[in-house]
Design a protein around this ligand. Sequence first.
Ligand code: GLU
Length: 476
Amino acid sequence: MNQRNEPTFRESVDLMFNRAVALMDLPPGLEEKIRVCNATYTVRFGVRLRGQIQTFTGYRSVHSEHMEPVKGGIRFAMGVNQDEVEALAALMTYKCALVETPFGGSKGGLRIDPRQYDEHELEQITRRFAYELAKRDLINPSQNVPAPDMGTGEREMAWIADQYARMNTTDINARACVTGKPLNAGGIAGRVEATGRGVQYALREFFRHPEDVARSGLSGSLDGKRVIVQGLGNVGYHAAKFLAEEDGAIITGIIERDGALFNPNGLDVEAVFNWIRGRGGVTGFPDAAHTAEGAAVLEEECDILIPAALEGVINLNNAERIKAPLIIEAANGPITAGADDILRARGTVIIPDMYANAGGVTVSYFEWVKNLSHIRFGRMQRRQEEARHQLVVDELERLDRYLGDAWSMSPDFKKKYLRGAGELELVRSGLDDTMRTAYQSMHEVWHERDDVDDLRTAAYLVSINKVAASYRAKGL
Ligand code: GLU
């Protein structure tokens, strides 16, 4: 990413922040207070593996504690470093403020290639890392609540939750120390799909605003739009799957580690996903052209580009050649500050990361609330809601009999209407509402202020204002 003298990831986030605060009227001291990362803890610990001690380096960075707990994922990847976790922690602060989840921003990472270790070894390493963080309250239901990120998932979160519980045997809220857990370990329905689902809801909301769609040069709805996805991990997979299956989008390109697949008639996302699972990559997948130089497919013609992998993939080296009129940042920081300038000047509409991928932390928030309330969502209301709906259906059936052939209920109505909302439906509804409301707040700033010509700056303005208001209200 640092070719052509690009700033680091953290500097890139700061540049975008600076562009937004230049349009605000914050006292300089407060501006600096919000920008800087409060603390980054580095830990090096040893684990005895395969007969010898191996040393690992991990980080947990806390960007802003204007609200506590602070929140953000833990990433397992070889590229993890202090600059990266600090950039990601800052993005968490702005993300949480934008979508109104009551958290400050944090992020963690462990420098490791998880594919080099078996499950038992990974458990030992994860538990040891969790121990190091928990003993300093960097994992704690009321202070710092991690979640999955690149290279981690439900399994790791279950180990972390259990490790915390072993260290805090009398903490009745222990399960709320981490989110993204499996359902049977205190997780919530819909968390795994949440970030991808959020990308879908974000795009749906964007397409509900024809004037915004027009700014990108596109028109109409999501139906038939050609989409290229980079990264078929948890986020990219769910986003691509839902957009294709439920909105009629055509996934023309999928970029992975070992190259890219391209098919102008559309790729079968599920089939590609299963192929990658079975063979470790996209190479050899039938029904598509394969290019070994995957990054080149970022530059192909399409309507919507979804970078859902690493940061910095759209940078000064390729920004000029990106043809997509609309980019939605499913990953954190996929577009560098320099590339952002180039794309903005060309009129590319970018739906920014802090909004686009906020579905994950939003459903994490629901999970945390569920853990603290010790009850599954919908448990109290569901049957009562069904009973009330039954009353209406009984009346409609009476009408149906009375009117004979003149009228009858639509075929699926009864079944659909009678079903009370369970946890999954409620989670999706809460997520949809969150994504709509947050979009509208950015949209308002984008349209009302002459000095704001992009959604990213609008997103920063909305979120920095909220963080500033919170500091003003409670003091530093
Ligand atoms: N790692 C995800 C993110 O970058 C989720 C964070 C969370 O759920 O706390 O937003």
